[in-house]
Write a protein that binds this ligand. Structure first.
Ligand SMILES: *[C@@H]1O[C@H](CO)[C@@H](O)[C@H](O)[C@H]1NC(C)=O
Ligand SMILES: *[C@@H]1O[C@H](CO)[C@@H](O)[C@H](O)[C@H]1NC(C)=O
Ligand SMILES: *[C@@H]1O[C@H](CO)[C@@H](O)[C@H](O)[C@H]1NC(C)=O
Ligand SMILES: *[C@@H]1O[C@H](CO)[C@@H](O)[C@H](O)[C@H]1NC(C)=O
Ligand SMILES: *[C@@H]1O[C@H](CO)[C@@H](O)[C@H](O)[C@H]1NC(C)=O
Ligand SMILES: *[C@@H]1O[C@H](CO)[C@@H](O)[C@H](O)[C@H]1NC(C)=O
Ligand SMILES: *[C@@H]1O[C@H](CO)[C@@H](O)[C@H](O)[C@H]1NC(C)=O
Ligand SMILES: *[C@@H]1O[C@H](CO)[C@@H](O)[C@H](O)[C@H]1NC(C)=O
Length: 400
């Protein structure tokens, strides 16, 4: 029998290598008929199975095992089988589906979601490093610097399998903001646990590719006009607050009408030099933008606002951080005028709880004292921006 021969070969390599984890993994998932495609992929490719050998029970991993639907939809959308993809690609995707730690059903129920480091490393797909929030939030074992996934409960899920399992479904969000459904089965193997997903994760790309995939044309052309595309693509640790096309239009089309220096300043105002995954954000928290102006987070009824802009899509992961897509171009905090009517009222919460993830390190104590003097109104377009600070250019290029 081919299967038993392969398992024999695997176990020989295992004994030769670090232990019986790989055999345990293949055996464990073999019990699930809906995982047969992944089982045969590993059985026919001992190189891939090697990935599982190196996982030590002292640094357990959660495997997001793609089910047969994942293989089918991959083939539908690309016209090619997953197994026929370049080896590097397959390896990266599998590494991305290896999550740090033992993640079980109860971990997927946090309404704010969780950000989890994975085995995907190397600058092409992970040009960022973990901040203290991420390190302190349970990624204490394994490679906490690996690229992350964002997992949140799918509150609208009514699918039979989820109800049958007595747990809510969840989604896993990866590169380009793509989501796959997670079915928590809390399967156990020697190297940790495994869960089922119905799609392959998408490897995070650089900012501009992500922005283009999202069809954010005004933002894209603004980055092109200012020459900031390459800056944004090659900086580590970034949160890009990306207004959509409607937002640019509403703001008087600064992408085409503002001059390059104003536009540069506005883009820097929408960039925060650290990755801010939404689950670490707290109502009332403030951050300094690249222009060193204050951006305040407001959380209301589950919606996230950055100053007066609402995030319409959170945690679109890029290789160097992430993007939150906004419904408007942000106004400076203390600007007055038309925008104030849609501005969320001042949050009252303060960041004090010792139990919350390292708020001190993620929240530079910015103030808003001097912004008013620096806020300008472009009369012609009605678009509010900060005046060009002499140091902005040099500051940006020093930083990057
Ligand atoms: C996946 O499994 C199905 C059976 O569920 C089978 O028909 C199909 O050939 C398999 N595909 C691959 C790529 O192994
Ligand atoms: C990663 O970041 C460095 C800057 O630290 C940059 O030079 C490099 O081009 C980036 N690589 C990728 C693949 O984005
Ligand atoms: C990325 O940000 C974290 C804090 O969020 C910091 O510890 C780390 O040094 C930064 N890495 C780079 C390459 O700037
Ligand atoms: C959540 O579940 C609903 C209903 O089953 C489904 O339509 C939707 O696609 C799911 N969302 C995600 C992110 O998987
Ligand atoms: C998630 O599940 C829902 C149904 O439960 C389905 O409509 C949707 O297409 C699934 N999403 C993916 C990415 O497979
Ligand atoms: C920005 O520049 C890139 C590369 O030069 C180009 O492919 C892209 O279409 C440009 N974007 C817009 C919106 O013009
Ligand atoms: C850009 O426009 C602003 C007005 O919004 C003006 O103050 C500034 O001088 C202009 N800069 C250049 C380089 O033309
Ligand atoms: C940023 O602004 C704060 C006060 O708002 C100030 O203390 C700090 O020195 C500024 N940093 C830079 C780099 O200008």
């Amino acid at each position: 029998m081919k299967l038993s021969l392969d398992i024999c070969i695997l176990s020989c390599i295992c004994h030769f290598a670090l232990g019986a984890q790989a055999k345990s993994f293949v055996e464990a998932i073999s019990a699930y008929p809906e995982l047969s495609n992944f089982t045969s992929l590993l059985n026919s490719n001992s190189g891939l199975a090697l990935i599982f050998y190196s996982i030590s029970p002292t640094a357990p991993q959660t495997v997001l095992v793609p089910d047969n639907n994942a293989f089918e939809s991959f083939q539908k959308s690309t016209g090619q089988t997953f197994a026929s993809q370049p080896y590097d690609y397959i390896q990266n995707v599998i590494n991305y589906q290896l999550l740090n730690g033992n993640l079980k059903s109860e971990d997927f129920g946090h309404t704010a979601g969780i950000t989890v480091p994975t085995g995907l490393i190397g600058p092409t797909y992970n040009n960022r490093t973990a901040g203290s929030s991420l390190i302190s939030s349970g990624a204490s074992t394994g490679n906490h610097n690996g690229q992350v996934v964002f997992i949140a409960p799918n509150t609208t899920s009514t699918s039979f399998s989820s109800r049958q399992l007595g747990s809510k479904g969840a989604y896993v969000q990866s590169g380009l903001g793509h989501q796959v459904n997670l079915t928590a089965i809390d399967g156990v193997w020697d190297g940790g646990v495994f869960q089922i997903v119905d799609g392959f994760l998408t490897l995070p790309l650089i900012c501009t590719q992500t922005i283009r995939a999202w069809g954010l044309k005004a933002l894209d052309s603004s980055l092109n006009r200012t020459g900031l595309s390459s800056v944004l693509d090659h900086v580590n640790n970034v949160t890009c607050l990306g207004p959509n096309d409607k937002a640019f239009l509403q703001a008087g089309s600064p992408d085409t009408k503002a001059n390059v220096s104003d536009l540069t300043s506005a883009l820097a105002f929408h960039t925060i030099p650290q990755p801010l995954y939404s689950n670490f954000l707290q109502d009332g928290q403030t951050f300094a933008s690249l222009t060193n102006d204050t951006i305040r987070v407001t959380i209301r009824d589950g919606a996230y606002y950055f100053n007066d802009a609402k995030a319409i899509k959170l945690n679109v992961l890029t290789n160097n951080g992430l993007m939150h897509v906004l419904d408007r171009v942000m106004s400076p905090l203390d600007s007055t005028g038309a925008s104030s009517s849609t501005k969320p009222s001042s949050p009252t919460a303060t960041v004090t709880s010792a139990g919350t993830p390292s708020s001190s390190s993620t929240s530079p104590t910015t103030t808003q004292s001097s912004s008013a003097a620096r806020a300008l109104v472009l009369e012609s377009s009605g678009w509010r921006i900060f005046e060009i600070l002499g140091f902005v250019y040099s500051y940006i290029f020093l930083l990057f």
